[in-house]
Design a protein around this ligand. Structure first.
Ligand code: ADP
Ligand code: MG
Length: 386
């Protein structure tokens, strides 16, 4: 199937529904560092991608939503006034957002929608949050409701937590709603305060999709969350004021190591050291010290592989190949793990050669053709005019 180009979406909609739509988009994201820290009230450093999910929408007079996914060539219909249950497929992301918007007091209108994404799905670039945020933005807009980006991000997260059943943190939805062109965002996942961190034109962010996703991804994610909760329950008995792993310092995790069973200690050590690395990477990027930023990304990968146990052979291979390419400061897995993408920080002058070097060696070793692209951080969710 040839993918519909975003600029052809209005015509496609007109042919299908006989009227012109309004258009909205919300981006996917790449996380530079701060993995599995968001649900521990910690720090993350994502950038919105210039790749997005697009929604063409026209309101209806009733309360029925009819949605077509151009990517899946699939449809679903739901009546907002009828009781709804999760179907266990892609429609849950869309309907979950509509239902959470209504629960928060927004009275929606029925609508015809076509969704189309240029993001690969299930690759750790957060096509799920892009779908949620683009649909949420579109539904609020045709209902004539004012849009509060923070409220929208929280509603999208609740939809994924409660209707889809994935206990994700708030990072993906936050960055999809709040992306800033040319910048990553340092987000404090407790206070939800964010600060743009400009990406210097001297460096590029290179994303490498391993093209694998192991089945473990969803189930192991929820298990890691339980391990973190177990660590908090034990540590809070002896360290005062520990509500989340965010409240534990690197020194404290070392001095209290004996309190924790081995696996729980490893999980907690990853989160605590990763939080510290995020702040160090921000300081390094702001000082144009890309070597230090790269070393911290490498350390993050090792911690995710050895302590958090969420890497896989394909991700380990991809970061090894990436680090061997010229001009690479550092590379790590990005996203939840067990497949998906790696992210590298690369000298701008070497960025074009990067794919030519890394791509063929990965393909030779795995038989898989990786998707490799340079990411220029783009803006958050909003209307589109072609
Ligand atoms: P990621 O967020 O890393 O891409 P997820 O598993 O969280 O991976 O989300 C991917 C899922 O989101 C897909 O399996 C599909 O159900 C849904 N999805 C995302 N984009 C679309 C789309 N354009 N059309 C239909 N479903 C989509
Ligand atoms: Mg997702």
């Amino acid at each position: 199937m040839t993918l519909l180009a975003p600029e052809n979406l209005p015509d496609f909609f007109k042919r299908r529904h006989g009227r012109a739509p309004q258009l909205f988009r919300a981006p996917g994201r790449v996380n530079l560092i701060g993995e599995h820290t968001d649900y521990n009230d910690g720090f993350v450093l994502p950038a919105a991608l210039d790749l997005a999910t697009y929604v063409a929408i026209a309101p209806r007079e009733d309360r029925v939503i009819k949605v077509h996914s151009a990517n899946l060539n699939a449809d679903f219909v739901a009546d907002l006034d009828a009781p709804q249950r999760a179907a266990g497929d892609w429609s849950d992301y869309v309907l979950g957002v509509a239902l959470e918007l209504e629960k928060s007091g927004h009275r929606l209108r029925g609508a015809e929608m076509i969704v189309m994404s240029v993001l690969p799905m299930g690759s750790g670039l957060s096509a799920s949050a892009a779908l949620e945020a683009s649909v949420g933005y579109a539904l609020l807009s045709v209902a004539g409701a004012p849009i509060d980006r923070l409220e929208l991000a929280k509603i999208c997260q609740r939809a994924e937590n409660e209707f889809v059943g994935m206990r994700c943190g708030v990072m993906d939805q936050f960055i999809s709603c709040h992306g800033v062109e040319g910048c990553a965002l340092l987000l404090d996942c407790r206070s939800l305060e964010a600060r743009p961190v400009p990406i210097d034109p001297k460096v590029r962010i290179l994303v490498c999709n391993t093209m694998v996703r192991h089945q473990l991804a969803g189930s192991e994610y929820n298990l890691r969350r339980q391990d973190c909760e177990a660590a908090v329950a034990l540590l809070s008995q002896t360290i005062e004021g520990v509500r989340a792993l965010r409240d534990v310092s690197v020194a404290e995790i070392e001095s209290h190591a004996a309190l924790l069973p081995e696996t729980i200690l490893k999980r907690a050590r990853h989160v605590v050291t990763e939080n510290a690395r995020v702040l160090q990477v921000v300081a390094a990027l702001e000082a144009d010290d890309f070597e230090t930023a790269g070393e911290l990304m490498n350390a993050s990968h090792a911690s995710l592989r050895d302590d958090y146990n969420v890497s896989c052979p394909e991700l380990d291979l991809m970061v090894t190949l990436a680090r061997a390419a010229p001009g690479v400061f550092g590379a790590r897995m990005t996203g939840g793990g067990f497949g998906g993408c790696a992210v590298s920080l690369v000298e701008a002058s070497e960025a074009e050669r990067f794919a030519e070097i890394v791509g063929p060696s990965y393909e030779e070793k795995t038989g898989l053709k990786p998707m490799i692209f340079s990411c220029y951080p783009g803006p958050g969710a909003g209307p589109v005019v072609f």
